[in-house]
Design a protein around this ligand. Structure first.
Ligand code: GLN
Length: 476
């Protein structure tokens, strides 16, 4: 098959093509390696020089379909820098559980993808290695922090990718790039070997061209891992979605996340899909998540607090980059951190250490934790009446590069609709929801903990009815 034919296939289709004998794992890998090496979007920070010497394990279900991996997953002997200068040149001595599981299942490493530094950001502009461009319009951001993974999949230089989502970093870039992104239930996927941002929120998940690929990939990511104390595994298997209708499905539309602040074009696309869901048999009702408007405030206390603690390990001694040192130990720490961290990371370390300091702990951290509990309770109450809560994924389409870099608060608003689910630890998917002004928008479905199979089924039914065509992104 030609390179163009190979890279036009979804991952599931590529698996079938290999099983039919139309292509093989090496030919497919080489097609994508070429595409990744020729990438002009700055989506990749590392691409291998050759196809893996070893064929995928015999009978491996993913048959050798290559995988793009966000930079912050540790990969043995391969640069793993979390988009930061402070980890420049760091090649870990071990591989993250989820990357090894996927390699075992037959998805070898195609490359490491660009990201916001330590996953802090919504536009990829916080990467120390330069911004990623959106394949739909290269003057615009791909979203973040998993922007490299999203742009690579949307542009067709990777069949699929993994990213991480702490407050929206899988779902929001998926929405802005016109692909599918799923954040699993907290604890379903091991965090071992993921360079940490905010440990009580970070969760790995798939970024794919369609819902079927998301289910396939997720099915090989979940599972208990003794090396992650918060890992609980997944009850049962992830099934391939098949639903064509939404008969009997009750969708709750939270008033707090579906009105004010959402761009008219995005809201229009969202409301059109609600009508489509109704035609497929769903019932739609307004619901309330009364504490959701406080989610961003709570998140921007809790995530920086955890980050300030997680990032204390970068002292210039143990990992990555070390500043030239004229003075003593303290000066080595100070210089290494001042030179190694970017502005957003420094901002968050300062915020986090402040809110955790004695005298302020109760007023900020303690209170944010109580808001977090309230948000989880809001969702529990909603799920007594509804199967899913649905919202637009991001309040706007992809914005222009540079347009929000000087305004952190405007940047933080990108996650208005995704942060509540992260705080509650529940799963949520974003699927492509048509275009507004020629740019992709996303439709988000969230469900109770471990409802991934139900979410994937509903998302699949909607995807089939919507018939979104992502080829314009790949043609770019
Ligand atoms: N944009 C959010 C932040 O900057 C979320 C990032 C993420 O999910 N990793 O914190």
């Amino acid at each position: 098959m030609s390179v163009a034919e190979l890279t036009a296939l979804s991952a599931a289709q590529a698996i079938e093509a290999i099983e039919r004998g139309d292509t093989d794992a090496t030919e497919l890998f080489e097609a994508y390696r070429g595409a990744a090496a020729a990438d002009e979007l700055n989506a990749y920070l590392w691409v291998p020089d050759a196809a893996p010497e070893q064929a995928p394990p015999v009978g491996a279900p993913l048959r050798g379909v290559p995988l793009a991996v966000k930079d912050l997953f540790c990969t043995q002997g391969v640069p793993s820098q979390a988009g930061s200068k402070i980890l420049e040149g760091y090649r870990p001595p071990y591989t993250a559980t989820v990357v090894s599981k996927l390699a075992q299942a037959g998805a070898p490493l195609l490359g490491k993808t660009n990201q916001d530094e330590f996953a802090m950001g919504s536009s990829n502009e916080n990467s120390a290695y330069g911004p990623v461009l959106n394949p739909w319009d290269r003057a615009r951001v791909p979203g973040g922090s998993s922007g490299g993974s999203a742009a690579a999949v949307a542009a067709g230089s990777a069949p699929w990718a993994i990213g991480t989502d702490t407050g929206g970093s899988i779902r929001q870039p998926a929405a802005l790039c016109g692909i599918v992104g799923l954040k699993p239930t907290y604890g379903a996927v091991s965090r071992y070997g993921m360079i940490a941002f905010a440990s009580s929120l970070d969760q790995a998940g798939p970024l794919t061209r369609d819902v079927t690929d998301a289910a396939l990939l997720l099915g090989h990511m979940v599972g208990h891992d003794a090396r992650d104390s918060t890992s609980v595994g997944f009850p049962g298997e992830i099934a391939r979605p098949t639903a064509r209708a939404l008969a009997g499905i009750r969708l709750g539309v939270p008033e707090e996340l579906s009105g004010e602040g959402i761009e008219p074009g995005v809201l229009g696309a969202f409301n059109a899909t609600l009508r489509l869901a109704e035609q497929l048999g769903a019932t739609i009702e307004t619901c309330h998540l009364p504490h959701a408007p406080h989610a961003l405030s709570a998140y921007y206390v809790l995530a920086p607090a955890e980050a300030s603690s997680n990032l204390a390990r970068y002292d210039g001694v143990r990992y990555g980059r070390r500043a030239h040192n004229g003075g003593g130990l303290l000066e080595l720490y100070t210089r290494s951190r001042s030179e190694g961290f970017g502005a957003e990371v420094k901002r968050r370390v300062m915020l986090g250490t402040y809110s955790l300091s004695s005298g302020y702990y109760e007023a900020y951290y303690g209170r944010a934790q109580r808001v977090r509990t309230k948000i989880a309770e809001d969702f529990r109450a909603a799920f007594d009446r509804f199967d899913f809560v649905v919202t637009p994924t991001a309040p706007s389409v992809a914005f222009e590069l540079g347009s929000k870099v000087d305004d952190p608060l405007a940047m933080y608003l990108n996650d208005y609709c995704t942060v509540p689910m992260s705080l509650a630890g529940i799963p949520a998917i974003s699927i492509p929801n048509g275009l507004s002004d020629g740019l992709p928008t996303g439709f988000q479905l969230a469900g109770p903990a471990f409802s991934e199979n139900a979410i994937l089924d509903a998302a699949y039914a909607l995807e089939q009815a919507l018939g979104f065509d992502g080829s314009a992104g790949r043609a770019a």
